[in-house]
Design a protein around this ligand. Structure first.
Ligand code: UDP
Length: 465
């Protein structure tokens, strides 16, 4: 082997599901591994890699992280090129493993073989590839342990579906609070709503008993009892939060943001605008990379913001902007700013930001916890309702907006939640709790902290095996 190839302790493939909320944590975890002497190679899809116009992620603390794509069958357009999400997922299931096998073989030919495949739970076929080559198979969960425990219980037939009997039935899994049907992940709670996603989330557990390690993007204090319960079955370790080091332990010098952004952030515009606002005055609103809101919900949010008369920064993706009420942007130009994408971490950590109205995507909730910003939860689907439940009742860092019988958060409720966040009765409690979680998150990632120790243990295992 060449000298350069011996410089690292082990070479691993990191295989994320092709979604923003999945690539972010797995790339961040790769950076942590790289800082500890492991060589991670990340496998985005061909289309994502092409759109990013880069083949490496440079790091100051070690060699750059290489991107070696695999295919989802839509190399020229990604998921937008597919007829439907269901068709896309089927195609990924066919082309993903085939091209992953080719990549593993290619790396052997290049004299740079991998020891392990660390794969997103949504891609269980990657474990079959790992086993085919005698490699370690490591599953990485980008969602919370409670959410995954519910999927596990359904997959094993321990929770029967549909949930709704004559009355609303609750769900309990070991270590987690009892969940009302609307707090259960929507693919389970609203059985049959997204059959193709239901299949994906359950399939995660089809071969889990063969994995060598289970890694979770949380820190232990967030879901202690659930982790302890899972530890009876699998070699599970908490390694998160995978928020860039700058916002936590600051040990990775250049690690300030997520490098592979699907949308171009309006960073300078947002920063200049926020700089001009007083401390703790701005409501930040974002529904992440995938949620699609109804026109009616847009109308209610927009009117609620107007009534509340507070400054706001609202991320509305380009594909969603036509749903904003006509003239809303003009009419509120004194009060707010609407952008198509932001550097969310910079916005959350800006001193002008007061609270975060979010769909409760798991990364967004983690970021709010780590940066210390109280939350108004407006969950839409998938795991967001469960995350909102934990955010409100377990981590106690905010409130969940109430929906009406049509599932819509009305303008009065938007205004009420904002008022609460601007100085309501519970504001002080939220601020105290976010400060507590921020400290705990940092401690977990600090040298010798729970997640850092777990990463070290994993690195030692990779090195020795
Ligand atoms: N994000 C961002 N800019 C935005 C909105 C979101 O950088 O304007 C990032 C956010 O920081 C998070 C990710 O996109 O890391 C979204 O992941 P999440 O799990 O919250 O939601 P998803 O997009 O998967 O629904």
């Amino acid at each position: 082997m060449e000298a350069s190839k011996q410089a690292h302790k082990a070479h691993v493939l990191v295989v994320p599901f092709p979604g923003q909320g999945h690539i972010n944590p797995m790339l961040q975890f790769s950076k942590r591994l790289a800082s500890k002497g492991i060589k991670p190679t990340l496998t985005p899809t061909v289309y994502i890699a092409k759109s990013m116009h880069t083949t490496t992620i440079p790091t100051l603390y070690g060699p750059p992280i290489q991107l070696r794509p695999i295919s989802d069958g839509y190399d020229d357009g990604g998921k937008n090129q597919a007829q439907s999400t269901a068709v896309y997922l089927d195609s990924l299931r066919v082309h993903g493993p085939k091209t992953l096998v080719q990549l593993v073989k290619k790396l052997i030919e290049e004299g740079d073989p991998v020891k392990a495949i660390i794969y997103d739970g949504f891609l269980p076929w990657a474990l079959d590839v790992a086993k085919q080559f005698g490699l370690l198979g490591v599953v990485f969960f980008t969602q919370s342990c409670s959410v995954n425990s519910i999927y596990y219980h359904v997959q094993r037939g321990l929770i029967q579906l549909p949930l709704q009997g004559p009355g609303p039935s609750t769900v309990s899994v070991p270590g987690a609070p009892e969940l009302q049907p609307w707090e259960v992940p929507s693919f389970v709670g609203q059985y049959g709503s997204y059959p193709f996603w239901f299949h994906v989330v359950l399939e995660q557990f089809s071969n889990i008993d063969q994995v060598d390690w289970v890694l979770c993007n949380i820190f232990y204090d967030m879901e202690k009892e659930v982790v302890d319960w899972m530890a009876k079955m699998w070699k599970i370790r908490t390694i998160g939060p995978t928020v860039p080091s700058y916002y936590l332990d600051k040990r990775l010098e250049d690690d300030k943001d997520y490098n592979l952004q699907f949308f171009k952030p309006n960073t300078i515009l947002c920063k200049n605008w926020l700089d001009s606002k007083p401390k703790h005055s701005v409501i930040y609103i974002s529904f992440g990379s995938a949620a699609k809101l109804s026109e009616e919900q847009f109308e209610e949010l927009a009117q609620g913001l107007k009534i509340s008369n507070q400054t706001f920064l609202w991320v509305v993706r380009e594909s969603e902007q036509a749903k904003l009420p006509k003239r809303f942007i003009d009419e509120t130009s004194e009060l707010g700013l609407v952008v198509s994408w932001a550097s969310q971490l910079e916005v959350l950590s800006h001193e002008a930001t007061c609270c975060f109205v979010t769909h409760c995507g798991f990364n967004s909730v983690l970021e709010a916890l780590c940066i210390g910003v109280p939350v108004v939860g407006v969950p839409q689907y998938t795991d967001q309702g469960t995350n909102a439940k934990f955010m409100e009742d377990v981590w106690r860092v905010g409130i969940r907006a109430k929906i009406d019988e049509k599932g819509i958060v009305r303008r009065e409720e938007v205004e009420k939640c904002i008022r609460e966040m601007m100085g309501g009765r519970k504001k002080e409690e939220f601020m105290m709790n976010v400060a507590k979680w921020k400290k705990l998150a940092k401690q977990a990632m600090d040298e010798g902290g729970s997640s850092d120790k777990n990463i070290d243990e994993f690195v030692a295992y990779l090195t020795e095996c």
